[in-house]
Design a protein around this ligand. Structure first.
Ligand code: HEC
Ligand code: HEC
Length: 551
């Protein structure tokens, strides 16, 4: 008896029947870009490993540093934002920032490989600022936006008199030689960096203490060279080529460049976006961009439309200013942050002051902080003046940024709980402003079997998809359509035999061939039988438990 959906035809039978327009499901936040070649996918995976591997003293950590690995700060999801803050410091002279590199400024390295080498906040530091770990995600996509496109939105003298005068932060990438044309900065709270590679080199040295080909000299703790010479035992540059000739900074760059954009669900059509635009938010948080069509870019990055809700420009944010001048960015200026992964972000704002509570509370705190002075003042006032209904609509829209399709309960995992909610909406008419719309992935205005068919492709922690009545349609879709009873809501038809757990090749018997499949998937989700997303000894136990014929 065939009772597992192994063919695409079984998982996707209805799409061709019901609709001509096929939907491409959006990758979850943290997933790689769609359309990578195998080589690029490998580069993403190996890069992710480097990104997650903490440095040791022997491999270049310190002497002074903040954390041992990129993931210690960029964890939500891997490569994303984090709650860890770093400190910048300098001197204030009548409101003007004075950098004091000779005392270790402007970034504090709060940790060291030995107590003696520790950098401390010097007594001369009269300005300090907190910077939360930010992340625009899909770094490769953002890098691929042309400088010309970014500067097309700049309006440094506010010629259109709308109170908003974004300007480009022109910077020289570390990998470019002196005198090369400046590039439009786009990464970092002050848009101080234009390329992913520069950030990798900069962060490797300044957050972790790894000298590399872009920044080959260690930071002396509080500028003290004698101390440095006593503490630094590894020859510089500490980073160097691996077996394939790639350096650590290249590896983590690969990972970040091939990281995909976060999803947005519903994709379009929310009333709250209209409110968002009307309140002037989109003057800075620009919804959509198309990446450059340059042939030098990988196909997966070229000419793609993304929705980061950002202009990558510097704005005078009034009292939100942190007193730090960085490159050309002034004490009051910040780059607009991307909003496309907002729903999970806690804390918000550069200094992390919009923190905790409900999503709606954090967002309201963040927006209120846009005023009363500076370029965000008018939209902060517009938000304050919204009716209760409009405010709720805007919050619901902001909450769609980063939400995965079908993730009704918003926990980031599409599982049986979400299926139960989807099933409850079977046949229901919907629109992007209703909660049900989260499952209307083809946006045709009704939650139907086509949507359920897509759900089957992404459900997590559910085991193999079955077709116990042998009708060529996945059982979950039959259950959704009420053509198969499932009174206990376990996602298995009530009249179906207990699932044949471990029968990977669907031959009706759990045997050595299935065990071999499981072993081949060791450490991945491929042979997972206990819904913990990995294949390990616990799964062998489950398989042995069901050993033998399942008929
Ligand atoms: C100690 C915590 C910490 C560590 C470790 C760390 N970062 Fe960051 N990262 C930050 C903070 C804080 C910011 C914001 C910096 C700013 O602009 O002031 C940031 C910003 C970034 C950005 C810019 C994000 C954006 O979209 O604007 C990139 C890219 C980045 N880091 C890459 C890395 C890489 C690669 C590593 C590892 C080599 C790394 N970071 C290690 C804290 C950290
Ligand atoms: C003048 C440009 C501008 C306008 C207009 C503007 N923002 Fe912002 N927004 C910014 C900047 C710059 C920041 C970062 C400020 C900081 O961290 O100190 C920011 C931060 C945010 C944050 C926090 C994001 C994070 O990741 O920390 C949210 C949420 C936000 N804005 C929403 C809105 C909404 C909603 C509106 C309209 C009511 C709006 N913004 C209008 C420029 C703008």
């Amino acid at each position: 008896m065939k009772h597992i959906c192994l063919t695409i035809a079984c998982v996707l039978p209805l799409i061709s029947t019901f609709t001509s327009a096929q939907v491409t499901l959006q990758p979850k936040a943290g997933a790689p870009l769609a359309g990578l070649t195998l080589t690029q996918y490998e580069a993403f995976t190996i890069g992710a490993l480097s990104y997650q591997t903490p440095l040791t003293i022997a491999t270049g950590l310190g002497p002074a540093f903040n954390k041992g690995g990129c993931m210690s700060c960029h964890a939500n999801p891997l490569g994303g934002w984090g709650a860890i803050a770093v400190t910048r410091f300098g001197m204030d002279e009548k409101g003007e920032f004075i950098d004091i590199p000779e005392l270790g400024g402007s970034l504090l390295q709060a940790e060291a490989i030995s107590q003696a080498c520790r950098e401390v906040l010097p007594p001369e530091a009269s300005v300090t600022a907190t910077r939360i770990t930010n992340s625009s995600m899909a770094f490769g996509m953002i890098e691929a936006i042309s400088d010309a496109n970014i500067s097309a939105n700049a309006d440094p003298s506010d010629d259109n008199v709308d109170g908003i005068s974004g300007r480009v932060h022109w910077v020289l990438p570390l990998e470019d030689t002196a005198g090369s044309p400046l590039r439009a900065g786009r990464f970092g709270w002050k848009a101080q960096v234009a390329t992913v590679l520069t950030f990798s080199g900069d962060a490797s040295l300044n957050e972790m203490g790894l000298t590399n080909r872009l920044v080959p000299t260690e930071n002396a703790p509080n500028g003290n060279a004698v101390l440095l010479s006593q503490c630094d035992t590894v020859a510089d540059p500490e980073d160097g080529p691996d077996d394939s000739g790639k350096h650590f900074i290249d590896r983590v760059t690969d990972f970040q460049r091939f990281l995909g954009p976060p999803p947005q669900t519903p994709k379009t059509g929310m009333a709250g976006e209209v409110v968002f635009n009307a309140a002037g938010c989109a003057s800075c948080h620009i919804a959509s961009w198309t990446t450059s069509k340059s042939k030098s870019l990988e196909v997966a990055l070229r000419g793609k439309t993304i929705r980061p809700y950002c202009d990558f420009l510097l704005h005078d944010m009034g009292t939100l200013g942190d007193g730090i001048q960085q490159g050309d960015a002034t004490e009051q200026e910040f780059r607009t942050p991307t909003l496309w992964n907002l729903r999970s972000r806690d804390p918000m704002l550069h200094n992390g002051t919009a923190a905790g509570g409900l999503f709606a509370d954090r967002v309201a705190l963040a927006i209120n902080a846009h005023g009363p002075f500076g370029e965000g003042a008018a939209s902060a006032a517009a938000f304050e003046a919204l009716s209760t209904g409009d405010r709720a609509a805007m919050i619901a829209f902001l909450d769609s940024l980063g939400r995965a399709e079908f993730d009704y309960d918003g926990d980031g995992v599409r599982d049986l709980e979400d299926f139960t909610i989807l099933r409850g909406y079977a046949g229901v008419a919907t629109n992007p402003n209703l909660p049900s719309a989260i499952g209307d992935v083809d946006q045709n205005g009704v939650i139907n079997a086509v949507d359920a068919t897509y759900f089957v492709q992404v459900i997590e922690g559910f085991g193999p998809m079955r077709d116990c009545n042998n009708n060529g349609i996945a059982d979950l879709v039959d259950i959704f359509s009420a053509t198969m009873p499932d009174a206990d809501g376990d996602g298995q038809g009530d009249n179906c035999p207990a699932p044949c757990v471990g029968d990977f090749n669907a031959d009706g018997v759990v045997d050595a061939a299935d065990l071999a499949t499981l072993l081949n998937a060791w450490g991945t989700a491929g042979g997972d039988l206990n819904a913990d997303a990995t294949t390990d000894a616990a799964d062998i136990a489950v398989l042995l438990n069901g050993w033998g014929s399942c008929r």
